[in-house]
Design a protein around this ligand. Structure first.
Ligand SMILES: Nc1ncnc2c1ncn2[C@@H]1O[C@H](COP(=O)(O)OP(=O)(O)O)[C@@H](O)[C@H]1O
Ligand SMILES: [Mg+2]
Length: 382
């Protein structure tokens, strides 16, 4: 399938919040049942469009580009309407007079289903809030603290911030709608009933050659004071399904940044804890897949995945042993052949050793968790 033609039969789609976003700085949205969208950044788009085939097993499928219009209806409800691009490189202007179709009734708030109740609304004085207390209570959670909730607070918080930003742009521009381009990506969580998700930022170095001095210093500092420097990996977000309450336990990147090596290992062990048992049954498969990723990255000289993450997903449904592991976030990834030769010769020979170091430590940590938990009845070689 030509990726630009994905779902083009549909003339417009109303996006909904993506409830399984555990990290990141900008809100992702749900496009259809197994596709999410992420704000388009050219370096990331380039990477998706030119990545080596060997990485495709370990990355979400790239499904094209859409233009997303932000608007507010007569009741103040915020709408994000996606229209597919006709070609990948089309830079078409969005008409301000387009007729915006709405697919949900803004008045119908279902209190039994909180997901349906988290619509954003702009008040007359310009404040954006969730349309009932469920969303607002969770969005005001204390960062860095673990929280147990039916809805992911990180997703809600980012969604609200995004709406506030777009509302401001709308006011500044004086239009009826404002538009922005997004990439469509396979939703890695779609095949899971209750996705338990771990976002791990990989590597010892996070800054890219093109980063400003200020950004470089800030990233160097975050690495130096976290497990990025010691283990080549740090926790950037996590949700774990709790079987008895039917809620998720969430941990955010702020907590991930202050974890010690020991703290990181125990948080990793919590990833398998559903409140009743530790799901150690899936650990060997995770280790096998990480080893296979190691081989793949090891065979890719000149690639660097600065600031990239690994997403590890399994199903909170106890009878499922399905897992998935994907690399995400390529906004700062490079292949040295596409950069300046002098930079390439200095820094970018051979495979991404920082990433490989992080993978080795991660594999060790998972083996330890498995061996400790099974108390030597079954052992994975260390
Ligand atoms: N393809 C995907 N499928 C499912 N979830 C995703 C996907 N890509 C990103 N996410 C979710 O969104 C979060 C942020 O993604 P990321 O690409 O790292 O964004 P950012 O560039 O803002 O850091 C991740 O922590 C993950 O929870
Ligand atoms: Mg990220």
């Amino acid at each position: 399938m030509n990726e630009c033609e994905y779902n083009t039969q549909q003339s417009s789609i109303q996006l909904s919040p993506f409830f399984h976003q555990v990290g990141g700085h900008s809100s992702m949205f749900q496009y259809d049942k197994d596709t999410v969208c992420k704000v388009l950044e050219l370096p990331e788009l380039d990477f998706y469009q030119s990545m080596p085939d060997s990485l495709k097993n370990f990355t979400p499928e790239f499904r094209g580009i859409i233009s997303v219009q932000y608007c507010e209806d007569e009741f103040g409800f915020v709408k994000l309407i996606a229209r597919p691009q006709t070609t990948c490189t089309d830079d078409d202007q969005i008409s301000n007079e387009e007729n915006i179709s709405t697919t949900t009734d803004p008045q119908s708030i279902d209190t039994n289903n909180p997901k349906k109740s988290v619509q954003l609304r702009c008040s007359k004085d310009g404040h954006i809030d969730y349309s009932n207390s469920i969303g607002n209570d969770i969005v005001n959670y204390e960062q860095g603290k673990t929280i147990i909730s039916k809805i992911n607070p990180w997703s809600l918080q980012l969604c609200k911030k995004k709406a506030e930003k777009l509302h401001q742009e709308l006011m500044d521009a004086g239009y009826v709608t404002v538009a922005q381009k997004y990439m469509l990506l396979e939703d890695v969580t779609a095949r899971f009933r209750h996705p338990c998700i771990l976002d791990l930022k990989m590597g010892k170095r996070q800054y890219a050659d093109i980063d400003s001095d200020k950004k470089r210093q800030s990233k160097i500092q975050k690495c130096a004071s976290s497990t990025s420097s010691t283990l080549g990996v740090r926790l950037c977000g996590m949700q774990v399904y709790q079987i008895d309450s039917g809620r998720f336990m969430f941990t955010d990147k702020y907590r991930g940044r202050i974890l010690t090596v020991e703290g990181f290992r125990s948080e990793l062990a919590e990833f398998f804890n559903n409140g009743r048992i530790k799901r150690l049954d899936i650990v060997p498969e995770i280790i096998e897949r990480l080893k296979s990723l190691y081989e793949t990255i090891n065979s890719l000289p000149k690639y660097r995945f600065y600031s990239g993450s690994l997403l590890i997903v399994y199903d909170g449904l106890p009878q499922s042993n399905r897992i998935d592991i994907r690399m995400i976030d390529f906004a700062h990834s490079i292949c040295a052949s596409t950069t300046d030769e002098s930079t390439a010769s200095n820094n970018h020979l051979g495979p991404d050793r920082g990433y490989l170091f992080g993978l080795e430590r991660l594999i060790d940590a998972f083996k330890e968790i498995f061996n400790d938990g099974t108390k030597s009845t079954i052992n994975i070689d260390t």
